[in-house]
Write a protein that binds this ligand. Structure first.
Ligand SMILES: *Cc1c(COP(=O)(O)O)cnc(C)c1O
Length: 393
C-alpha cells in the first residue's frame, strides 16, 4: 500500500491514469513505432491484437472495428437483420445495445431482467419470441456473464442468433467458457472505462465462423470487395493502428487487472460484513452484488442495491464527502424519449424499473487501494448510523 489510511480523504469513481501511467514509456514507444511506420490503418498491430483477443475468447476469429457500438451494429448488418425483424434485448443496459436495432430498421423487443444479476432473464426471452424474432442480444452487465447455457438452448430451439454484448466483460466466462465464444458473434468495447480501456474509441467482434468473420470484415469496409466493387451497403468502421498498438501493451496486463478487480470486490464483501451492512435480502441496509456461481465475474462495476428510497440521499452524502459513485443506469431504455413510439409504459418491465431506482455503483478499478475502500465503506456505515439516529429521534 502506498497510501496510509490517514492520508486518504477522497476516492475517485475511476482514475484511468493509475493503470496508464506505469505503462507510459512502453505505450509511447509503441505509438512512436506506428508514427514512424506510417501505417495508421491496417497496421500489423491490428492483426496482432485480433489474434490476442481471439485466443483470450477462445474463438477462431476476431475483427477490429471502431467501437463497441459499431460492433453491435455490424453484427446485425452481417445477419441481414432489418425491417420486419425483431430483436430481443434487455432495457437495463447502455443505449448502444438497443440503438443498433433501430438503426438497421428492425424492431426492439425489451425483455426484463433477473433482479439478482441484473442480466436478461432467459424465461423473459422465451416468452417474447415470435416468428419474426431473428436474434437476442444478452448483455454481460457489469462484467458478469448472462446465463449463456440457458440462453443458447432457447435460441437453438427457436433458431435465432445470439449476439453477445460483451462490452463490459472482456475476460469473463460462464461455466469456464469465455464470453464472446457462446453466441454467433461477441461484441467488445475498448472505451476507456472498460476493463481493457484504450485511448479513445475502439471495438472488436469475435466469432467461431470464418463465413461470419468475412461478412463482418466486408460490412466494416464499405461492403467493398474487390476494391471499388460494392457488394453490400457497408460502413467504415476500423480499429486504428494507434489504438491497437496501445491496447497490445495493455492486454498483457489484463489478467492482473481482472485479478485486482476481483480482489477489490472480495474486500468490499469483507468490509461490508464487518460493518454489519451486508445481510442481503433480510432487511440489510444495502444489498451486495449477487455472484452467479457459474460466472467468472470480471467486475467492470460493483453495484449496491439501496432500497427504501435512500439511494439518491446516500449518493449525495458520498458526493459531499468526495467519494465517487455512479448510477448505471438511471433511466431504463424502454422509458427513453427516443423509444417512446415502442409503446412501453411505467410498469412494463418491473424488475428493470426497480433496479434503476435502487442501484448505485462504487469505485472498483484495479488500482483502488485498501485505504480507499475502507473509507468508502466507513462513510456508508456512517450514513446509515446517522439515518437511523434521525429516524429514531
Ligand atoms: C460501452 C458499452 C457499449 C458501447 O461501446 P462503445 O465502445 O462505447 O461504443 C455497448 N454496450 C454496453 C453494455 C456498453 O457498456
Amino acid at each position: 500500500m502506498t497510501q496510509s489510511h490517514a492520508e486518504v480523504n477522497s476516492v475517485p469513481l475511476l482514475d484511468v491514469s493509475r493503470s496508464n501511467t506505469p505503462l507510459r514509456e512502453e505505450i509511447l514507444e509503441a505509438l512512436a513505432a506506428v508514427y514512424d511506420s506510417g501505417r495508421f490503418l491496417h497496421g500489423p498491430e491490428v492483426s496482432a491484437l485480433e489474434q490476442h483477443v481471439s485466443e483470450l475468447c477462445n474463438v477462431q476469429h476476431a475483427v477490429g472495428c471502431a467501437s463497441g457500438s459499431d460492433a453491435l451494429l455490424l453484427a446485425l448488418m452481417a445477419n441481414g437483420i432489418g425491417p420486419g425483424d425483431e430483436v430481443i434485448l434487455p432495457s437495463f443496459t447502455f443505449f448502444a445495445t438497443a440503438s443498433c436495432v433501430s438503426r438497421v430498421g428492425a424492431k426492439i423487443v425489451f425483455a426484463d431482467i433477473d433482479p439478482a444479476t441484473y442480466n436478461i432473464s432467459p424465461a423473459a426471452i422465451e416468452s417474447l419470441i415470435t416468428p419474426r424474432t431473428r436474434a437476442v442480444i444478452p448483455v454481460h452487465l457489469f462484467g458478469q456473464s448472462a446465463k449463456m447455457d440457458e440462453i443458447s438452448k432457447i435460441a437453438g430451439r427457436h433458431d435465432i442468433q445470439v449476439i453477445e454484448d460483451a462490452a463490459q466483460a472482456i475476460g469473463a466466462a460462464y461455466h469456464g467458457r469465455p464470453v464472446g465464444s457462446w453466441g454467433q458473434i461477441g461484441c467488445i468495447s475498448f472505451y476507456p472505462t472498460k476493463n481493457l480501456g484504450g485511448f479513445g474509441d475502439g471495438g472488436m467482434l469475435t466469432t467461431q465462423s470464418e463465413t461470419v468473420a468475412d461478412k463482418l470484415r466486408l460490412f466494416a469496409a464499405h461492403g467493398m470487395q474487390p476494391r471499388y466493387h460494392h457488394r453490400e451497403i457497408g460502413i467504415n468502421s476500423r480499429l486504428d493502428t494507434f489504438q491497437a498498438a496501445a491496447l497490445l501493451v495493455k492486454i498483457q496486463h489484463l489478467a492482473k487487472y481482472t485479478a485486482d478487480r476481483q480482489a477489490n470486490a472480495a474486500r468490499y464483501f469483507e468490509l461490508f460484513a464487518e460493518h454489519g451492512l451486508s445481510e442481503p435480502r433480510d432487511g440489510g441496509a444495502v444489498q451486495l452484488p449477487y455472484q452467479d456461481p457459474a460466472a467468472f465475474h470480471v467486475w467492470n462495476q460493483f453495484s449496491l442495491r439501496v432500497s427504501e428510497g435512500r439511494r439518491d440521499d446516500l449518493r449525495k452524502y458520498l458526493t459531499d464527502r468526495k467519494i465517487g459513485s455512479e448510477i448505471y443506469y438511471p433511466i431504463p431504455l424502454h422509458q427513453q424519449a427516443c423509444f417512446r413510439e415502442l409503446g412501453y409504459t411505467a410498469g412494463s418491465l418491473p424488475q428493470t424499473e426497480q433496479a434503476a431506482r435502487e442501484i448505485l455503483h462504487l469505485p472498483i478499478y484495479p488500482e483502488l487501494t485498501e485505504a480507499e475502500q475502507v473509507l468508502v465503506v466507513e462513510t456508508i456505515a456512517k450514513y446509515y448510523r446517522e439515518a437511523y439516529q434521525r429516524s429514531a429521534a
